[in-house]
Design a protein. Structure first.
Length: 187
């Protein structure tokens, strides 16, 4: 039996739309669709079991994605966290395994590992995104100078507003000229 874990971020709106809203069902549909489309393009192998983190709604969204790809014959099971109930497509009522049942313990460990992986991934991605700055694109401004500029002026906007004299006092006249020229070339 092959077990694969997939985790996705929430599906977000764009443009002038209202603020982004988490849509677990759309996110589940999207991640299953992308993963299984990739498997189709590669010619398999397909999992023996698709484990879905969530209840009936998430399982339904996962099966909708599988059906779109012609893979509705794959078996998927959803596990609802709070009650630790298992949902299947062919049963109206969820399956309640005993709290110490080895099958339930295995499924919980798989789900918890997927959560740990997703949280670690998102923390790394956020840290990487937060550490990048427009100042990284300024020639001659490395990590040390960038940190000094951001500490002194508080933000990239503060660096943009700084005068040549203020910048020169922090990074020297040549670097100050480069910074001013860089921001002058950008709207």
């Amino acid at each position: 039996m092959e077990i694969r874990g997939e985790v996705s971020a929430s599906v977000r709106g764009g443009g002038g739309a209202p603020p982004p809203v988490n849509n677990d069902f759309a996110a589940m549909h999207e991640v299953v669709l992308r993963r299984c489309r990739k498997l189709l393009e590669q010619g398999g192998p397909f999992p023996d079991l698709v484990l879905v983190d969530g209840g009936k709604g998430q399982l339904t969204a996962a099966y909708a994605a599988l059906e779109e790809l012609g893979l509705a014959n794959l078996v998927a099971v959803g596990i609802a966290k709070k009650e630790e109930l298992l949902y299947t497509r062919d049963r109206v009522d969820p399956i309640a395994l005993a709290p110490n049942d080895p099958a339930l313990l295995l499924i919980q460990r798989i789900r918890d590992e997927a959560h740990r992986f997703a949280v670690s991934f998102h923390r790394r991605a956020r840290a990487s995104r937060d550490l990048r700055s427009e100042l990284d694109q300024v020639p001659g401004i490395g990590p040390r100078r960038r940190r000094t500029l951001l500490t002194t002026f508080g933000s990239v906007a503060g660096v943009r507003r700084a005068t040549r004299e203020e910048l020169a006092a922090v990074v020297g006249p040549k670097a100050a000229d480069v910074i001013l020229a860089f921001f002058a070339s950008r709207p």
